[in-house]
Design a protein around this ligand. Structure first.
Ligand SMILES: Cc1cc2nc3c(=O)[nH]c(=O)nc-3n(C[C@H](O)[C@H](O)[C@H](O)COP(=O)(O)OP(=O)(O)OC[C@H]3O[C@@H](n4cnc5c(N)ncnc54)[C@H](O)[C@@H]3O)c2cc1C
Length: 428
């Protein structure tokens, strides 16, 4: 077989220069852009789809997982707290009774969660971006970063206008898959994804339920192709674990799931149900993250980090508390790139702890703050004055260190029925 190749290059003028470019408008990217713009940075947010929120809206994952320790103490604040409340203002309000007015001030095992309307929350994120003064380009793909050695000069974009170049002084990759940094040759770690695909449907039963309760949120139910949880329980043995990092794999995942859902629909009465929304992006949890200067592990439970940018709680299990070091988002050898959200560095379940919606918002917020502080103080983003960064985040209502009185006497960490001490490298 003959090996064929083509040469593809052209000279590009600089369309516009920004202090900060944020690639990917999921919850982490919006948080990063809002935070950078509020700090006075000229900021551009690039989003390849037509709505903001990523998996949290377009991907139909519409639940703020618990933001408390499972004993009535709130751990996650900052923009995550603000946006949880925002999402309940106009869309569905499913905040549990004990948490309606804020932290309960008493012991409760009710956890602080909120299931919201994905479309309305996406519109609210658009409003957040408009209000903060960042520029945004929808339908615009961040392709390759332009690197001069370890320094990023900006990003090549692909849009209706063709191939263009935007310059920046700081680049934040919040594509969820670390696509831009990966394409720039910056080291990343790839993951595996279980068989998960869920769409939203409306049924006559759901309509009756909503009418009975006089509350529209009850009309929805789910329909799944693959329905495998984050621990992979019940993953079919003959099913591949997708990396999610090639068009062929994504296509295979989509076709398999569409056909499975069609099969179920053929077995139901078409007059009783309608699929109202199908996910607009693959529901992959862990595709690729930056190989950063530190990787968060289960073994880091209850550990304080000097360079923590936020405290987070385990969303699946009570008590477990973590801090996220800035080093999970940065590499000291790259002066002006940082990541957040799904592509922050975690190992095994440590990655899961970081990637869910509330921590993704907080690491986004921290990335925007760190990028702007680095520019103001003429430092690299990994070497910002950590005390100033932490103070700035605390002023924005972020809990940087969890209080020691929240740490239980028994610090044994059991994840999904397995003692963490026995889990090699934090992998489940
Ligand atoms: C099946 C499943 C169930 C989950 N359940 C929950 C849950 O119940 N609660 C919870 O809190 N979390 C849950 N999560 C996790 C959570 O939804 C995500 O981890 C979180 O939303 C990630 O946010 P993000 O902003 O980091 O990335 P993403 O949501 O992936 O956003 C990335 C954004 O970047 C854009 N983008 C990508 N590449 C480019 C590019 N090259 N140029 C421009 N734009 C680009 C995408 O269009 C997208 O808008 C679940 C995830 C999955 C897959």
């Amino acid at each position: 077989m003959s090996e064929r190749s083509v040469t593809y290059c052209k000279r590009l003028t600089v369309k516009k220069e920004y202090d900060v470019i944020v690639c990917g408008g999921g919850v982490a990217g919006v948080a990063a852009a809002v935070s950078a713009a509020k700090n006075g940075c000229s900021t551009l947010l690039l989003e390849k789809s037509n709505i903001l929120g990523g998996l949290g809206t377009l991907g139909l994952i519409n639940l703020f997982v618990p933001m408390c320790n499972g004993r009535g103490k709130q751990i996650i604040f900052g923009l995550a707290e603000k946006w949880l409340r925002l999402s309940a203002e106009l869309g569905f309000d499913t905040i549990p009774e004990d948490w309606k007015e804020g932290e309960p001030g008493k012991y409760t095992e009710q956890r602080y969660v909120q299931r919201y309307s994905p479309a309305i929350f996406a519109y609210q994120l658009t409003e957040e971006i408009v209000k903060c003064g960042a520029d945004i380009l929808f339908d615009c793909m961040a392709a390759d970063p332009v690197m001069e050695g370890e320094l990023c000069r900006g990003v090549i974009t692909e849009s209706k206008a063709g191939t263009e170049f935007y310059g920046c002084r700081m680049l934040i990759d919040t594509t969820g898959d670390c696509d831009v940094l990966r394409r720039g040759g910056i080291p990343t770690v790839t993951g595996e994804n279980f068989f998960t695909f869920s769409a939203k449907m409306v049924t006559l039963d759901g309509c009756r339920r909503a009418l009975e309760k006089n509350d529209i949120q009850h009309i929805y139910s789910g329909i799944s192709g693959g329905g495998i949880n984050l621990f992979g329980d019940g993953q079919p043995v003959d099913m591949p674990r997708w990396s999610g990092l090639s068009a062929e794999e994504v296509t295979d995942y989509i076709i398999t799931n569409h056909l499975l859902i069609l099969k179920q629909l053929k077995e139901t009465n078409r007059k009783t149900r309608e699929v109202v929304t199908t996910p607009g992006m693959p529901q992959f949890r862990t595709t690729a993250h930056l190989k950063a200067d530190y990787s968060l592990k289960v073994a880091d439970a209850y550990r304080h980090f000097d360079d923590s940018v936020c405290a987070i709680n385990d969303f699946e299990h009570r008590d477990h508390l973590f801090e996220v070091p800035l080093r999970c988002l940065t590499r000291a050898d790259y002066p002006n790139i940082i990541t957040a959200g799904r592509s922050a560095d975690g190992t095994g379940y440590g990655w899961d702890l970081l990637r869910v919606i509330p921590p993704a918002i907080l690491t986004g917020q921290a990335a925007g703050e760190a990028a702007s502080l680095a520019l103001r103080t003429k430092r690299t983003v990994a070497a910002v004055d950590i005390r100033i960064l932490q103070n700035n985040l605390e002023k924005e209502n972020v809990m940087v260190h969890f209080p020691d009185e929240y740490v239980p006497e028994d610090k044994t960490v059991v994840i999904h029925g397995r003692n963490a001490a026995e889990i090699e490298g934090g992998h489940l």
